[in-house]
Design a protein around this ligand. Structure first.
Ligand SMILES: Nc1ncnc2c1ncn2[C@@H]1O[C@H](COP(=O)(O)OP(=O)(O)O)[C@@H](O)[C@H]1O
Ligand SMILES: [Mg+2]
Length: 264
């Protein structure tokens, strides 16, 4: 049974000569406790797709079903209530935290349709993302980029999502913060059987977490497969280009050979 199924999604912005097709018949599925990556260059439509999947962006055509419900057939009220376990963490979410309010009060706000959290509950979700309870009293500018990104994820975790869509969560993080976030995502899946759709422009990063990978180019999925297979034997020329643009990829592959070559 899949948790989320999107079929033939079509979306365009603008009208007449200014009309711009952003999604050109996208299909995708996410199963419970699966980590799926959506990868593609900036401007290919990833964020538009993310908003469409959670019902924040209307479509021209196609259907999204989450846990048996037609996402776009629900009004705002029913969406907040019935799709509470389907959550999106926006691109640049950490930059969107209010600089004047403490992390604790912003995490306590949680999500539309959910009651405000009390202090012990805030401490629990902060701990889930690897932040000590004392972070609740700090303001965003006292946190590193990686800590802010995890605080933004904590706000979404307050409703115990079954599917979390993360739009570019690794962007603007240094390598060690990226590794820490990757571990967190794997842990959420392992401990809470959460499914994740991780959006990124970087195949190298999602390789650490994703079971399956979808490659998107100009509003279409051009290749899809288990992450390792895509990494080792990309079929589409565009996927090969994405792989070639990863610094150090060649070295990483030689450093971990499939077969050990013995020398005399
Ligand atoms: N609300 C909008 N109105 C008009 N054009 C938009 C809007 N959002 C995105 N676009 C355009 O749609 C294309 C896809 O954008 P986006 O979904 O943000 O891609 P990505 O997340 O892959 O960078 C881009 O050309 C972008 O400029
Ligand atoms: Mg985007």
């Amino acid at each position: 049974m899949t948790l989320l199924t999107a079929e033939r999604l079509r979306l365009s912005y603008g009208a007449g000569a200014g009309r711009h097709e952003v999604l050109r018949g996208v299909d995708l599925q996410v199963s419970p406790a699966e980590i799926v990556a959506l990868v593609g260059e900036s401007g290919c439509g990833k964020s538009s797709l993310a908003r469409s999947l959670v019902g924040l962006q209307d479509l021209d055509d196609g259907q999204v079903r989450y846990d048996g419900r037609d996402v776009h057939a629900l009004g705002r009220r029913r969406r907040d209530r019935e799709l509470l376990t389907l959550q999106l963490v926006f691109q640049s979410a950490s930059a969107c935290l209010n600089p004047r309010r403490t992390i604790g009060s912003q995490v306590a706000d949680g999500r539309d349709g959910a009651p405000r959290l009390r202090t012990p509950e805030v401490a629990t979700v902060l701990e889930q993302v690897g932040l000590a309870p004392s972070f609740a009293d700090r303001r965003p500018d006292a946190l590193s980029g990686g800590q802010r990104q995890r605080a933004a994820i904590a706000a979404a975790l307050t409703v115990n999502p079954r599917l979390l869509v993360l739009d570019e969560p690794f962007a603007a993080l240094d390598a060690s913060a990226q590794a820490q976030l990757a571990n967190l995502l794997l842990q959420l899946r392992q401990e809470q059987e959460m499914a994740l759709l991780v959006i990124s422009h970087d195949l190298g990063i999602v390789r650490q977490v994703a079971d399956r990978c979808l490659v998107m180019r100009e509003g279409s999925i051009v290749e899809e497969g288990p992450t390792e297979q895509l990494w080792r034997a990309p079929q589409h020329e565009y996927t090969r280009r994405l792989l070639d643009s990863i610094p150090g990829r060649q070295r990483a592959v030689t450093a971990a050979p499939l077969r050990k070559v013995e020398r005399p």
